[in-house]
Design a protein around this ligand. Structure first.
Ligand SMILES: Nc1ncnc2c1ncn2[C@@H]1O[C@H](COP(=O)(O)OP(=O)(O)O)[C@@H](O)[C@H]1O
Ligand SMILES: [Mg+2]
Length: 228
């Protein structure tokens, strides 16, 4: 069974057809780049997979189950949807601790995820002093708290400098090496394309291209061709 299956998915916001007849699958243990220009429907699709937006048509399931019917959602799928706002006066550790308790997870998880995202040294600083890259990593740490099988990230590369980009690539590769499944939307083609197993490219809410990536794929060329 695929980690994620989207079948004839559609969403209208009034007269705007944000997503239209979109179908794709994401297999376990793979990294999928979800690509498309601004307004293509990426965020709406990810929100439908996560049960945050109700589809107008079709279905989106995680391991065959709708998100709202998952028995253990936090250990099944972790998501970072946009640069999350944190309470500026709380430290990274306190922020994560509150989430951990709310989710009923074991005490050791906070230190573990702080280590995973390289924030151990900054864990007790207030988040108001955090750089954008540190905020992105704290959001990732929140998503990793339940040690989820699947990670869904919406534009995690936004605003990262080259060092942050390299870090993100390594982090995502390590997740996949540990058997996790990653679905990541991005418009930073080269950076994520280098490490993705497959690409799904959408335009105007519809599938433009889907297929495996190899070291020979010129993703930029392909993207420009199919989104023209
Ligand atoms: N809540 C909403 N209400 C109305 N229109 C929306 C809403 N969310 C998204 N849209 C529209 O749906 C289209 C797809 O948006 P989005 O999924 O955010 O694309 P992307 O993430 O690829 O940039 C855009 O035209 C956007 O303006
Ligand atoms: Mg978006």
């Amino acid at each position: 069974m695929s980690a994620i299956s989207v079948t004839h998915l559609g969403k209208s916001f009034g007269a705007v057809r944000a997503v239209d007849d979109l179908s794709f699958t994401v297999e376990r243990g793979t990294l999928t780049a979800f690509l498309g220009p601004n307004g293509a429907g990426k965020t709406t699709t990810l929100r439908m997979i996560l049960g945050l937006v109700t589809p107008t048509d079709g279905t989106a399931v995680i391991g065959g189950t709708a998100y709202r019917d998952l028995e253990r959602p936090v250990s099944t799928v972790g998501a970072v949807l946009e640069a999350t706002a944190f309470h500026p006066g709380l430290s990274a550790r306190t922020h994560l601790e509150a989430l951990r308790i709310a989710a009923g997870l074991e005490a050791g998880r906070v230190a573990h995820v702080l280590e995973q995202v390289d924030l151990t040294g900054a864990a007790d600083r207030r988040t108001k002093g955090f750089s954008l890259g540190m905020r992105q990593r704290l959001a990732l740490a929140s998503a990793m708290l339940g040690d989820p099988e699947i990670l869904i990230l919406d534009e995690p590369a936004n605003g990262l400098d080259p060092a942050g980009m390299r870090w993100l690539r390594g982090f995502l590769q390590a997740c996949v090496h540990r058997g996790r499944t990653v679905l990541v939307s991005t418009h930073v083609l080269a950076e994520i394309g280098q490490i993705a197993d497959q690409a799904i490219i959408i335009g105007g809410g519809r599938l433009a291209w889907q297929g495996p990536l190899t070291s020979r794929t010129d993703l930029e060329e392909l993207y420009l061709e199919v989104t023209r």
